[in-house]
Design a protein around this ligand. Structure first.
Ligand code: ZN
Length: 410
């Protein structure tokens, strides 16, 4: 490989092209539920990577309302392979983008717009890194097989993407590198080495309705029982275990002159380790059964039903991920770029694949305010943005780290 300064110069020269790709991607609405938009973005993505020698395959989503997943492959001479993972979708419906005038806007060192760092900026980073490898390390570029895999519906945590990855990972896959955005702590770039698992739940209380005037004593008030149940659930949060419960929505009752017969709460819980996750889930499900609220007339008890709606398992700290993170941290020290690791609360596709091949996340550029589209006049609310000046240093770090990884003996 040539020197780092010539690599930096090269990446700097490629940045305008990468940002032009990003600009066009941000211009295509790819809200998860916008099937046509997601598929249009997939076509543009495939076209953008085609000059690098990639061939495209679409894999239909299990959910017919979602667009196709995208797999781009460039076969190498050896049996060694590296997978780069991103996603096509964003959380912003077209109407919301229009309502908030949320679109590509460059302001100083920041670019505002939907998906600028979650995760279209990550896809632009993939393009930059592959360009650098092709020109600066052609032997490595030709030697390895490169698999680029985009989830069409990451923001809805659809589970079929894990199967797509498992089907497409090659035998000799050295790493799956996820291009979600970088973390920052002061000067430090933070790579993601663990993510919380998440379960969503619904608690349904069935009481006994009655006339609030004539037969108050006959009623078993479901809303009052739910208030108790919510307190029990909130008390399951255990910060010492990084286990959190959130009560998200509450509803119940019908009209004011009835003792309500039904009340419902929904929420989620999260944990980093499989042990804490299992503990939280068991404690939650233990709330099933008769509640403490009973009718005065005949001790009729409210019934509490707790069910798990969806589950995404934790991505815990593990040796394979740590080995990859070590490579990035070591390269950071060599290049004078401060690099560290973080465990992140939000989920990514890393949760689905970390135990299939060694997985590292956070390879994307830095930005902030992901999942936000509103801007207030006083600047106290800003929408999602990506930082322009962060692209090249991060691309240098990623490129050199991938070369170090590829140079390691099998
Ligand atoms: Zn994302």
């Amino acid at each position: 490989m040539q020197s780092t300064s010539s690599l930096t110069d090269f990446l700097q020269s490629q940045l305008p092209a990468a940002l032009e790709i990003l600009r066009q991607m941000v211009g295509i609405n790819s809200f998860t539920g916008n099937r046509d938009g997601v598929n249009q973005l997939a076509r543009f993505t495939a076209e953008s990577f085609a000059p690098l020698g990639f061939t495209a395959e679409s894999v239909p989503s299990v959910n017919p309302n979602y667009g196709d997943h995208l797999v781009l492959t460039r076969r190498g001479r050896s049996s060694r392979s590296i997978a780069l993972v991103s996603h096509l979708d964003t959380v912003f419906p077209p109407e919301e983008e229009a309502r908030n005038n949320f679109r590509w806007q460059v302001e100083g060192d920041l670019i505002f717009g939907p998906g600028t760092h979650d995760i279209k900026g990550g896809t632009a980073m993939m393009w930059l890194v592959l360009q650098a490898l092709r020109v600066h390390a052609p032997n490595v570029f030709e030697d390895l097989t490169w698999k680029l895999i985009w989830n069409s519906s990451e923001e809805t945590l659809s589970h079929d993407f894990g199967d797509v990855c498992r089907m497409h990972f090659d035998q000799g896959t050295l790493a799956a590198l996820v291009f979600e955005s970088e973390g920052r702590l002061g000067d430090e770039k933070l790579m993601v080495v663990a993510r919380k698992g998440r379960g969503t739940w619904r608690a349904t209380v069935t009481g006994r309705g009655s006339h609030a005037g004539a037969k108050h004593r006959h009623g078993a008030n479901a809303a009052v029982q739910l208030a108790h149940t919510i307190q029990h659930i909130a008390a399951l949060t255990d910060y010492s275990r990084d286990l959190t419960f959130n009560v998200g929505t509450v509803s119940g009752g019908t009209v004011l002159n009835r003792v309500p017969h039904e009340a419902i709460a929904e929420g989620e819980f999260r944990a980093f380790t499989p042990e804490a996750y299992a503990l939280g889930k068991a404690a939650l499900l233990a709330l099933n059964g008769p509640g403490e609220v009973r009718s005065v007339a005949d001790r009729y008890a409210c019934e509490v039903k707790v069910e798990i709606l969806t589950e995404s398992r934790p991505w815990p700290r593990n040796a394979n991920t740590d080995r990859l993170a070590d490579v990035w941290c070591e390269v950071g020290r060599e290049l004078g770029i401060p690099v560290n690791v973080e465990q992140r609360g939000g989920l990514s596709d890393g949760n689905q694949i970390w135990d299939v091949v060694p997985t590292l996340d956070g390879l994307g550029p830095w930005g902030d305010n992901d999942h936000c589209s509103e801007r207030s006049a006083d600047g106290s609310k800003l929408p999602e943005f990506v930082e322009i000046s962060g692209f090249v240093p991060k691309a240098v770090l990623n490129t050199v780290a991938i070369l170090k990884l590829a140079a390691q003996p099998d």
